[in-house]
Design a protein around this ligand. Sequence first.
Ligand code: MN
Length: 257
Amino acid sequence: MKILITNDDGIRAPGLMALRAALLPLGEVLTIAPERPRSACGHAITLHKPLRLMPVELPDGGRGFAINGFPADCIALGVSEHLGGRPDIIISGINLGPNLGVDMTYSGTVAAAREGAICGLPSFAISVASYEACDFRPAAEFAYNLARAVLERGLPPGAFLNVNVPPIPSSEIRGVMYTRQSRIRYSNRIERRTDPRGGSYYWLTGDRLDHGGQPDADGEAIEQNHISVTPVRLDLTDETLLADLPSWNLRWPDKVR
Ligand code: MN
C-alpha cells in the first residue's frame, strides 16, 4: 500500500509526524510537505518559479521531502512518476487548528485533499480543532481507521472528506458525526496599526461568527465532542441558482442602453 501524506503546517510539524506514525503499519508513507508553515494558503500552486524537492531526515529516522511550495504542489509532485507514481490514498494533516465552515476555503490542509480528489485519488484532510499545542493521538488513531475504510470502500469521483477532531482525550470523544459544512465564518476585521517610523500597516483579524446552530454541521459536532466527517464535492455549482438564472432573461447579443 502506498500512502501520500502532506500538510500546511510544514515538514517539521508534530501533527504530520503523528499522522505518519499512525499510517506506517498500513504501508509505505511518502511524506512531502512545505519547507515552512503555509497555513491559510488556500489552493495556491507554484507556476512561476522552480519547485525544489529537498530530501530530509524525519524525526522518526525515515526519509521525507520538503518543498519550497504549497500543499497542493506536494500532491502534484507526490502523484507524479518522479516519485514513484500514484499512491493508493492521500491524507493531509494532522492540522493544528480547526477547518470548519469557511475555513475549508482558506485552508491549505483541505486544499491538499481537494488536489488529491482532482487527481482522481481517494483523499481526506484531518485537523484537530484547537490552535493550542495538543495531543494528536486521537486524531492519528482515527486517521488510521478512516484510511483503512477508505482503502476498502473507495470514494466517489469528485468527492473527498474533511475531518475535524475535538481537542480532548480519546475517552471523552463521544463518537463520529457525519456532517455538512457549517456556515462558520469570520468578521474579517482589518486593523490599521502604526509602525515605529510612523507608517501605517494593516493586520487581518476577525472573530469567529456564530455558526447558526445547524445541528447537522461540522461546528456542532465539535461542540458536542464528536469527530466530524464532512463529505465534500469538487463541483461548486449552486443548483438552486442555476435553476433560477434563466428567469433573469439576460440576452446576448443585446442592444447597449
Ligand atoms: Mn495549518
